[in-house]
Design a protein around this ligand. Sequence first.
Ligand code: PLP
Length: 457
Amino acid sequence: MSVATAAPASAPAPAVCPPLPVLGRDVTVPLVTGGEAGYAALDYAASAPALQRVWDDVAAYAPYYGSVHRGAGHLSQLSTDLFEKARATVAGFLGCRPADQVVFTRSTTDSLNLLARALPAGCRVFVFETEHHAALLPWPDAGVTVLDAPRTPRQAVQTLERALADRDHHGPALVCVTGASNVTGELWPVRELAAAAHAHGARIVLDAAQLAPHHPVSVTDLDVDWVAFSGHKLYAPFGSGVLAGRADWLRAAEPYLAGGGASRGVARRADGGVEVEWHESAARHEAGSPNVIGAYAVASACRALTEAGFDTLVAREQHLLRRLRAGLAEVPGVRVLSLFGDDAPRVGVLSFVVEGWNSSHFAAALSAEYGIGVRDGLFCAHPLLRTLLGAGAGARGGCGSPETAAGERSPHAVRVSFGAGTPDEHIDRFLSAVRELVRDGARWTYRTEGGRCVPVV
Ligand code: PLP
């Protein structure tokens, strides 16, 4: 595995650093059972809290905020400079090649949709059914081959190789693959998949939405053609994402949005139409006033994570993950979902079901009775969840007590996810809540509202 650095469960625990300061660490939330609790944010995979450092950087810059690429004033000049420097910082963070472009987008979803619009004519796209919908859905339907879920990293490479070898034409092709699953946290063999893609004349885009917050990602070392990630999962929740990589397809494509900023020159044609000369730089796909604070925040997060050191961050996260997995393994009826098996390297994202429990009920009880924020559902990866849970995964059980719900399928899952800001105490509190809920059941009554379980108040 090329991006895996997880230590085996038996390895001695490495020295573990304290969590990085994040916003919200002192927030308390009301409990239905009375009183309040410190909020344990264990849904980093959806959106991570802002790093304090990112917040401070944004606050320090905010008074100097100005328009980008258009103003003559001092603050516009300053903001333009910071925006372009943010691009360079992100390029460094991602280990980009000198000719690569870094386009600021809104999110990973936006980045992959942008790339989908930039595909050359006749391009075939290969994607595993296990992908997040952001990576599964943007591609033109006629050109997509959806590959079966592999059960080992090796099988993933073999499946891809076979599909690429079998393709009936040798025009352009693109493989889209995740670096770390948003459901199981398992790492995918990115470098091997990139080598397979290139050996068959295809290109590859890495969905690093879940990988970049946990591991160093190097476009050059992994030899991927593009990488996409979201600022809000990288501790920079200010509305920016990134698509970085090869310039040629991006430069040849129509602008993602037409408008000011993307155009270098516009003239009225004799026939009454409009002639446009589009930029060839990243600005081509950034029409409109760019989100300079978002880009600045992403660059700040890149700097903060690099300075904290991924070795240290990974050691801390793997320490928490071992603790979490060992704790869950001791709770009767808890089944942790996995595609690649127990020994697969993974990041701090884990999904599970509890026998006899509706997952929405379980997650609602964790929140309402313990102040612990996790996620339940199918995590925008419906085909993967169906593979992991079996048929009938679309159905929903009730929100009754474990006794009344006993025997029901738990068709959805609960996901717990964490990262650089998570203290040990949150994992311990989560484990103790899981043990208590499984042993004693919920202490409150819940009902279904809009398909979700909510406490009756
Ligand atoms: N890819 C993966 C693996 C994800 O987990 C997510 C979000 O959860 C996305 C893509 C989409 O990210 P965003 O919602 O920021 O566009």
